[in-house]
Design a binder for this molecule. Structure first.
Ligand SMILES: NC(=O)c1ccc[n+]([C@@H]2O[C@H](COP(=O)([O-])OP(=O)(O)OC[C@H]3O[C@@H](n4cnc5c(N)ncnc54)[C@H](OP(=O)(O)O)[C@@H]3O)[C@@H](O)[C@H]2O)c1
Length: 333
């Protein structure tokens, strides 16, 4: 089968399209013919993490497709079912933090940038009917992360004002509509004027320049809840925008892991700093019900064939995208 393969070269450039064996489903697994896959920031990290490993690895966490074969003891699915994959494996019930068994599809095991992938049946759901293949293929990782960060960890209330820096990110494309559907007021930021315009079209109430003075642009308005995955570049400005007693949830650090932190301001302000990551399968269910109920569809930046996936990864690396990049792997049959 056709697949994007990492052989430890250490960079996006070293990834190559190769012929790989079609995987066989083990007990409790299903084999899925991938129709569409989706890119995430995580995919950019895999070549660095896998550097020096000569064993071929197929990256890719997000995907939707058609059940092709079922391993032993699989009763919930049959060949021909149209499904969406939850790439957060080994985390079933909602818990305060993921169990040790938690790991993601698409490294170290093979992922969705291939014509076929095997996945535990317990982490697969029927494709929400309101989503196209392109939309279903990009939903899971970012939407699940956004759902847990906003609702489980962030405890979002309809009366809250939420600030989400980095409007162009794949996760912001879910955070903004999820928060708006809840009734919250939503502010966001972007380095790009065009992305700020698009964020307003997506429903944001205000969109400020990431490199500007947020307090001035927002005329002193502050946030009850901030979801910041940009990291070091925005951390302090986000903290400064938080109302006293407010909550900041962090699930990513695209621009760096390390920040200076002023403890006295933190405890006097009685802020809550909360870590989050992906979500359980229980939350995946809740997220699918939420997007179906509110008819939420992922914003697509672009759709490209698997043959052009390296260019698409470069677009993500360069931060040119607004919303999700969908990869066409197979024709639907
Ligand atoms: N822990 C988890 O489970 C989990 C799950 C999903 C994602 N993540 C992490 O969360 C982060 C976001 O993921 P994603 O896939 O949504 O990212 P993404 O699509 O790559 O977007 C990152 C965004 O950050 C903003 N940004 C980048 N550099 C910036 C800078 N110097 N100053 C201000 N803004 C900057 C940009 O927004 P503009 O282009 O609008 O300026 C960019 O689009 C990543 O670090 C990812 O690894 C973690």
């Amino acid at each position: 089968m056709k697949a994007l393969v990492d052989r430890g070269g250490g960079s996006l450039d070293a990834l190559e399209l190769s012929d790989m064996p079609v995987p066989e489903p083990e007990d409790n697994e299903i084999r899925i013919k991938v129709v569409q896959a989706g890119l995430n920031h995580r995919d950019l990290f895999i070549p660095h993490r896998n550097k020096g490993n000569k064993e071929p690895v197929i990256p890719g966490s997000d995907g939707a497709g058609i059940v092709d074969a079922c391993g032993g003891d699989v009763e919930a699915f049959q060949p021909g079912d149209e499904v969406i994959i939850n790439p957060g494996l080994g985390w079933e019930e909602n818990t305060p933090a993921p169990p040790d068994s938690f790991h993601l599809l698409g490294y170290p095991g093979h992922g969705t940038f291939a014509e076929y992938v095997t996945v535990p049946a317990a982490h697969v759901e029927l494709k929400p009917p309101h989503l196209s293949w392109e939309e279903a293929g990009v939903l899971s990782l970012a939407a699940l992360t956004a759902f847990r960060a906003l609702f489980t960890k962030g405890r979002l209330q309809s009366s809250d004002t939420v600030f989400i820096p980095g409007a162009g990110s794949g996760t912001a494309g879910f955070l903004i509509p999820f928060a708006k559907k809840t009734g919250a007021e939503v502010f966001t930021s972007s380095r790009s004027k065009e992305k700020r315009r698009r964020a307003l079209a997506l429903g944001a109430d205000a969109a400020v320049d990431s490199s500007g003075n947020w307090q001035d642009e927002l005329e002193g308005r502050q946030a009850d809840l901030i979801i910041d995955a940009v990291g070091a570049a925005t951390f302090q400005k986000s903290m400064d925008l938080l109302k006293k007693g407010g909550r900041m949830v962090i699930f990513g650090s695209s621009t760096g892991d390390t920040v200076d932190f002023h403890l006295r301001s933190f405890f006097y302000g009685q802020y809550e700093l909360i870590g989050s990551t992906m979500g359980s399968h229980e939350e995946f269910h809740q997220m699918l019900a939420f997007v179906s109920k509110h008819n939420i569809r992922p914003g697509l930046d672009s759709t490209v064939p698997l043959e052009q996936i390296k260019e698409a990864l470069q677009r993500l690396e360069d931060g040119l995208q607004f919303g999700k990049i969908s990869i066409t792997v197979s024709e639907e049959v």
